[in-house]
Design a protein around this ligand. Structure first.
Ligand code: SUG
Length: 445
């Protein structure tokens, strides 16, 4: 079956700010309480989507979620009008309010895990929103994510939706950021690699300094829910040392596309064992491994530059793959030198494009964090609901919407301002008219 890989990027929301909410995410901690520019952030994200669409890829957009999240504030005991709730929360529980303002749904690599229909027993495309249980500000995302994905992938004959995994930390699931799929062509059966940070119910290696967000138990549950053939699935632990160095998701140190796996030497404890197992499990795919030695790029430089948080894409009509990188990867001496040697050698990666995504990068979100990959057959693509596929017109409409509704400066103090809250929610209400998703937000229901 022929299929394409679509990327669904998160549109960066009007409350984008730097609150230092994610322990273990070095950029988020380093930039805590800085002034943000949501307008610039959203325009950078839209420019990325437009660029990928112009390169000939199917590019989708997922909306921001309503923030501040008033239903959670109400559930935590705040009462009265929306304005009264914001003021009371700002006075009594500013840290809680900061969490409920996060524009983190922009990082859609964490929105869900997807299995293409070519791989599931019932031949439907399977979707499980991530519970994001590890971080409070993200744990409030799955319900809205689920509603949005159901509105877009609406046809139950083609698309199977699962609820986010139950439970708390033991089933911590961070979505596709810790999942890679290898294949020949996108529509061919794939091999799924799930990378977990720790086992919840067994003692074993685990990072010491920073949290391991994804558990083995969660990854195993997703593979079961998605009805994958066991022989086409492999689970491997992320190197605890890498998490402690700041690689809070595996996609900070590894990215796959089709038969190519591009990763850092220290992403996994025993990369040779991993590559051998993958070869043995899928000899027909012709896997090609590009391991970046620590002598060329240190773990610290890999994390600082986000070299691996790039999108590795196949462009229509080209037999070499292209890396879509954050500008920081070209500005870091070691990664820049490595990239130059990579494209002048005879490797399957032949093109580099650098994108300006600094607003998101300062919260630890690079090109790959901002996108959820969905392999779609022609029939599945034709069945998509809403007006979410990027083209000139949608780009124009969303750019105008951002220009109209977004501030170009948000300070930590602005989060206490009920006007800012009201503005942000009104912007989202207007957005549903453009994206034609129906009433997906709680305040519209
Ligand atoms: O979950 N940052 C996000 C970044 C997610 C990146 N995603 C992937 N690697 N796939 C996170 O840590 C910071 C928000 C703040 O501090 O204000 C934040 O949530």
């Amino acid at each position: 079956m022929s299929a394409v890989e679509a990327n669904f990027d998160g549109l960066i929301g009007p409350t984008h700010n730097y609150a230092g909410l994610s322990p273990g995410n070095i950029a988020s901690a380093d930039n805590a309480l800085q002034v943000s520019n949501p307008k610039e952030a959203a325009l950078q994200g839209l420019a990325k989507m437009k660029r990928l669409a112009d390169l000939g890829l199917v590019q989708g957009v997922l909306p921001p979620h309503p923030r501040p999240h008033l239903p959670t504030l109400r559930a935590l005991g705040f009462t009265g009008s929306d304005r009264e709730i914001i003021t009371a929360a700002a006075n009594q529980a500013p840290a809680v309010l900061r969490n409920l303002y996060a524009a983190s749904p922009m990082w859609t690599a964490n929105a869900a895990t997807i299995a293409p229909s070519a791989d599931s027993a019932d031949r439907r495309l399977h979707i499980t929103p991530a519970n994001l249980a590890a971080m409070f500000h993200r744990s409030i995302e799955p319900e809205t994510t689920g509603r949005v994905l159901k509105a877009i992938f609406a046809d139950e004959k083609l698309f199977a939706h699962h609820r986010a995994l139950p439970g708390g930390a033991q089933f911590g699931d961070e979505g596709a950021a810790n999942h890679n799929r290898f294949c020949g062509d996108y529509g061919d059966p794939g091999l799924h690699l799930y990378v977990y940070g720790r086992k919840a119910f067994d003692k074993g290696a685990a990072p010491k300094k920073f949290p391991a967000r994804q558990t083995f138990e969660a990854s195993a549950a997703i593979a079961r829910l998605h009805q994958l053939e066991q022989s086409r699935v492999h689970f491997v632990q992320q190197n605890p040392k890498a998490i402690d160095a700041g690689a809070f998701h595996n996609d900070v140190l590894a990215v796959a596309n089709k038969n190519v796996f591009f990763y850092h030497q220290e992403a996994f404890e025993d990369p040779a064992a991993l590559t051998k197992t993958l070869q043995d499990k899928a000899p027909n795919i012709g896997l090609h491994f590009i391991e970046v030695p620590k002598a060329a790029v240190s773990l610290e430089d890999a994390i600082k530059s986000y070299l691996f948080n790039s999108q590795l894409i196949s462009l229509p009509g080209s037999d070499k793959m292209t890396l879509i990188l954050p500008r920081e990867a070209g500005e870091t001496a070691s990664t820049n030198a490595y990239l130059e040697s990579l494209i002048s050698s005879n490797q399957p990666i032949g093109g580099l494009e650098f994108l300006e995504l600094r607003q998101s990068m300062r919260n630890g979100g690079g090109p790959a964090c901002l996108r959820l990959r969905v392999v779609l057959t022609g029939e599945e693509r034709a069945a998509l609901g809403g007006n979410v596929i990027m083209d000139d017109r949608l780009y124009r409409d969303l750019t105008a919407w951002v220009e109209k509704h977004y501030r170009d400066k948000v300070t930590p103090e602005d989060l206490a301002d009920p006007d800012f809250a009201g503005e942000s929610l009104a912007a989202l209400d207007a957005l549903t008219g453009i994206l034609k998703l129906g009433p997906v937000f709680e305040f519209q229901r």
